[in-house]
Design a protein around this ligand. Structure first.
Ligand code: MBD
Ligand code: FE
Length: 283
């Protein structure tokens, strides 16, 4: 690859995120009843009409919107746009009945079927992977306190430069992505490195919106997880580090106080203890 192809671009990571969505989640999108489609589409359009009337939106502004929406598609940034600015409310509604662990949004960069590492082990990483070594111990339990032996903990996160494998170029396929299986006491121990804060791509349509509005493009550093066990609801969450300047103004509005870690300094790095309480499936 040339130096130019090796550069992380919005269009490349957006195209990867769009393909990923199509291969994992397209099958589930059919089957919404027409009454529901009509209700939701009408109310969203009415909200748009209301904004146009309230602020007397001009033809120039309408055409700027049209051009921008075309660009979101061309840059493959629909997954990024929706997950940054919309998903957090979908997640809120989907999980409001839960008594167990708080979760948060999945975002655009999950990949299923990462390498399995058992109950204790290291995520795949490069020789000399940059970043502070992080040892994470925890237990998966049900809401009644019983340990969930065999629970699956899938972890994925950015590297110390803020890049995700399979979405930025030049990173080994499964770098910083792995699946763990809790032991007989529901416990696991994960070795990884601390991720960096993440800046969403500034050279695509989402970046254009951010610049035009005078917003910032940052998410705080975070670890993504999916935690699952038979008979329990899948938990999708992210964990955050105290003191990150973007914990209070995450562009994706996905930080919750229950998801903050409490790292301790240990020899050669940091250690965290954080476990998960899963809700039994509702009958
Ligand atoms: C991310 O890494 C992320 O987690 C979300 C929600 C949106 C964009 C990039
Ligand atoms: Fe992320």
């Amino acid at each position: 690859m040339t130096a130019i192809q090796e550069t992380a671009t919005a269009a490349a990571s957006g195209a990867n995120a769009t393909e990923r969505f199509k291969s994992d989640k397209f099958a589930g999108v059919a089957g919404t009843p027409p009454e529901r489609v009509s209700l939701l589409a009408r109310e969203v359009l009415e909200a748009v009409h209301g904004t146009i009337r309230k602020h007397k939106v001009t033809y120039d502004e309408y055409n700027a919107l049209k051009a921008w929406l075309i660009g979101v598609g061309e840059d493959g940034e629909w997954p990024l746009f929706l997950d940054v600015w919309v998903e957090h409310v979908v997640e809120e509604v989907a999980t409001e009945h839960r008594e167990g662990n708080k979760g948060t949004i999945e975002g655009p960069y999950y990949v299923p079927d990462a390498p399995e590492r058992g109950a204790r082990g290291s995520v795949p990483m490069r020789d000399g992977e940059p970043g502070t070594p992080l040892t994470w111990t925890g237990q998966v339990t049900s809401t009644d306190g019983s340990p969930l032996a065999g629970a699956k903990v899938e972890l994925w996160h950015a590297d110390a430069d803020g890049f995700y494998s399979q979405f930025a170029p030049g990173i080994p396929e499964w770098n910083l992505r792995a699946s763990f299986t809790a032991d007989d006491s529901g416990r696991f121990e994960i070795h990884t490195v601390r991720p960096a804060p993440y800046q969403i791509p500034t050279d695509g349509a989402c970046g254009k919106l951010i610049a035009a509005a005078g917003w910032h493009a940052w998410r705080p550093a975070h670890l993504h997880v999916k935690v699952s066990a038979p008979g329990h609801e899948l938990l999708t969450a992210q964990l955050y580090f105290p003191g990150d300047e973007h914990n209070d103004d995450d562009i994706a509005s996905a930080v919750k106080p229950e998801l903050l870690l409490d790292p301790r300094s240990v020899d050669g790095g940091e250690a965290i203890e954080y476990g998960f309480v899963l809700d039994p499936e509702r009958s």
